[in-house]
Design a protein around this ligand. Structure first.
Ligand code: SF4
Length: 367
């Protein structure tokens, strides 16, 4: 591992073996320190960004049935829903009144929803909240839509581009290896399909995020493979804005029969640190107060992350799994400050809109 650290000092790229050593072997303090050094080199001003967003899922009907999902419902279940464009627009209007500047719009893979419905959602939101940035439809949803509409992925992406969409959320990546996907999401877009949608989107001009959901049946090798597949694509397109890991929440999911406990926060912090070091071509790494916990989110900021995700006005997917957290903008600002950083509100392209107060003095009461 001393050799690994020496390579990093020369700012050479970590290879697969070294990435595995970082993830599995390097003592926590050294790993966090290395990642924090790299984060400080890239962002010397200690700013941590966040966005105020809302996540109204337009339908909970889904035919894909991932084993880790507590949100989806089958047609015929008693509590299915499909929002109309007007209902989605009203939700966004309510969130905008509370300060949301971005709407992350996603839904289940519902065969009754077509491209025209997607266009109608976008148009309805625009008509009531033209100032809100629309960040819609994951690569997995786009692959499903292309199959359903019997058109190409490029056709779907071009429709979104023509509708004025410029960023796409990187959901549905889970773990980008087939052995894992066959267990947790056998009917979802494959690794190659997910990456293909991102590549095509980047080449059109979209910017996307990339997610990873860990803490279930994956191995360290799977995690490193996931990171390397993302890094390889980013070398080609430079289209990813950020990497967003989150841990599997067993809750009421079918996968809970096999995996009973959420990954330890230390695992989350290690993954953030390894991502900062291995994803050397990704501008931003996100640590989240929401998906993990306030303290794990703060530790992530000391392990290489420079972004704190969203202050979610509305969210359902984690809530359905029994993971229900809420915070205000003031809470998030304070959490970032207490970790020793300067909070800054950003947009969905990670451009800083407003830098807020400097860190609180040492000794001030914690949250
Ligand atoms: S994670 Fe998405 S695609 Fe998978 S079952 Fe849930 S809603 Fe459907």
């Amino acid at each position: 591992m001393a050799k690994t650290m020496a390579r990093q000092e020369k700012i050479e790229r970590f290879d697969r073996r070294q990435a595995l050593e970082l993830l599995g072997d390097l003592p926590m303090g050294q790993l966090m320190n290395l990642a924090h050094q790299e984060r400080t080199r890239r962002f010397p001003n200690d700013t941590v960004t966040f966005v105020v967003d809302t996540n109204p899922n337009y339908t909970n009907v889904c035919v894909t049935g991932c084993a880790f999902c507590a949100f989806c419902r089958k047609n015929g279940d008693t509590d299915t829903y499909l929002l109309s464009p007007l209902e989605v627009a009203e939700k966004v209007e309510t969130a905008a009144a509370k300060g949301a500047t971005t709407v992350l719009l996603q839904g289940g893979h519902n065969p009754k929803v077509g491209l025209r419905d997607w266009q109608a959602y976008i148009a309805a939101i625009r008509s009531v909240c033209p100032q809100v940035h629309i960040h819609p439809f994951s690569p997995a949803e786009i692959a499903f839509m292309a199959e359903k509409e019997k058109c190409s992925v490029s056709d779907v992406l071009e429709m979104l581009w023509d509708a004025g969409i410029r960023t796409i959320p990187g959901g549905g990546a889970e773990i980008l290896t087939e052995p894992v996907r066959k267990i947790i999401a056998p009917r979802k877009a494959t690794t190659d399909q997910w990456l293909d949608v991102c590549e095509k989107a980047h080449r059109i001009g979209f910017r996307t995020t990339a997610t990873m959901m860990f803490g279930h049946v994956e191995t360290d090798e799977d995690i490193v493979e996931h990171l390397l597949r993302l890094r390889n694509l980013q070398d080609l397109t430079s289209g990813f804005t950020s990497f967003i890991p989150w841990s599997f929440k067993p809750g009421r999911t079918p996968l809970a029969k096999k995996v009973r406990h959420q990954a330890h926060p230390a695992r989350y912090v290690r993954i953030i640190a390894v991502a900062r070091l291995v994803l050397d071509n990704f501008p931003h790494i996100q640590s989240s107060w929401f998906s993990e916990s306030i303290s794990a989110g703060q530790l992530g900021l000391l392990a290489g992350a420079d972004d704190f995700g969203g202050v979610l006005v509305e969210e359902h997917v984690h809530k359905e799994a029994g993971h229900n957290r809420q915070a205000t903008v003031d809470n998030v600002v304070t959490i970032i400050q207490r970790a020793g950083f300067i909070p800054a509100r950003r947009d969905s392209l990670y451009r800083i809109q407003e830098t807020l107060a400097p860190p609180v003095p040492a000794g001030a009461a914690g949250l």
